[in-house]
Ligand binder design. Structure first.
Ligand code: GDP
Length: 363
């Protein structure tokens, strides 16, 4: 028995696996799997994630065809959601860089400046996109513009949307489905050569299609170190309100119990913190910081919550001297602290496995 939508073998045992259909559906003349059912009736897709190997195969496949690649990044977690090496795999195909979740940035951020910043950052990471768009898939900001850009750069060819998990790819694709097809149109899933994965195919007027590729897991994201509830706390839901701390040398800021910043040397300075509004920031003297962390992890300093505190990986120190004015100290997947003056010495702490880096200030 096969699904009339995607051709997958129908099974009725495991709801989380491909090809599931409820037993009641078996009596019908034409059987459709749950995934296609949702697509057909609700125009809604769910994300699937996959291993690095399969992902590389997909990228390789894209490189061998002629297509426009739409690369989605989370603007709040730019580096953490970046897919490294994409340009090496997609051949000569143009890449349209799309920054999602602009709704989280403070209103004071100017889009042209942000686009310039993205261009520069992409260049430093080895990517030269044909164009850059800013959107909020959730709020629907910038969708018109990005659809126009896709139409312009695809030049009659297929489109592949790539991005790591959690950048908002499903939300983005669901919006496109609504804009492109409207209700009632049948959306097929398509089997990608070389992998065991099918992709969502959104047919376009001229016979080409937009393909949603599965998301790749970025192992350095803070999201992997916290449970679902804590993830809610650290993921901003609304526009973030920067918090300014005037610090003296030898003072420490804790970001919940997930990260820490020691201000070592440089006179009295201000540090502008950009994190989820729900994440508690705690200031203390540097000499007390170790002890406080030991005693208060999971209590005063949370997330992680108490039950996770014992198994939470130890924080690892990374020392930096700020070289340029207006530099962000980025805690991957959590947020960043902007430091305005060069010469400032800091030590940033993150759980082992999470990235911390410096970049030219985004704001
Ligand atoms: P995927 O894993 O890339 O498919 O990402 P999802 O579409 O499932 O989104 C991941 C999370 O980001 C969800 O909590 C979404 O609500 C959220 N999200 C997606 N797009 C936006 C956006 O434009 N703004 C904000 N603030 N959150 C978004």
């Amino acid at each position: 028995m096969r699904c009339i939508g995607c051709g997958v073998h129908i099974q009725t045992e495991d709801e989380t696996k491909l090809g599931y259909a409820p037993p009641s559906a078996l009596g019908k003349e034409e059987i459709i799997c749950q995934r296609c059912f949702r697509l057909k009736h609700y125009n809604e897709i769910q994300d699937v994630s996959l291993t690095d190997d399969d992902f590389l195969k997909i990228l390789h496949g894209i490189g061998q065809s002629q297509a426009l690649v739409v690369k989605l990044v989370d603007i709040f977690d730019f580096n953490g959601s970046w897919l490294p090496g994409l340009h090496r795999f997609v051949g000569n195909n143009p890449i349209l860089l799309v920054g999602n979740k602009v709704d989280l940035l403070p209103k004071s951020v100017k889009y042209p400046k942000l686009i310039q910043w993205m261009k520069q950052s992409a260049k430093e990471l080895g990517l030269k996109p044909v164009d850059i768009c800013l959107i909020s898939a959730v709020k629907g900001i910038g969708m018109q513009r990005v659809m126009e850009a896709i139409e312009q750069y695809r030049d009659g060819k297929n489109v592949y949307v790539v991005g790591c998990t959690n950048v908002g790819k499903s939300t983005f694709i669901n919006r496109i489905i609504r804009e492109v097809t409207g209700e009632g149109d049948v959306i097929t899933t398509s089997y990608f050569p070389g992998t065991t994965l099918d992709m969502i195919e959104i047919p376009l007027d001229d016979g080409a299609a937009i393909y949603d590729t599965p998301g790749i897991i970025n192992h350095h994201q803070m999201a992997h170190f916290v449970d679902k509830k804590d993830l809610k706390t650290i993921t901003p839901k609304r526009e973030i309100h920067p918090k300014v701390y005037q610090l003296n040398e030898q003072q420490t800021l804790f970001f919940g119990g997930l990260a820490r910043l020691d201000y070592v040397k440089g006179g009295r300075r201000s540090f502008v913190c950009h994190f989820s509004n729900d994440l508690l920031i705690h200031r203390t003297k540097r000499e007390h910081a170790d002890e406080l962390y030991e005693k208060q992890l999971g209590e005063l300093l949370q997330p992680p919550k108490k039950s996770y505190a014992d198994t939470f990986p130890p924080l690892v120190a990374h020392s930096f001297t700020i070289k340029e004015s207006k530099t962000d100290i980025v805690f991957s997947g959590l947020g960043w602290v902007t430091c305005n003056e060069p010469g400032t010495q800091v030590v940033a702490y993150v759980p082992k496995g999470v990235n911390v880096l410096l970049r030219k200030s985004l704001i």
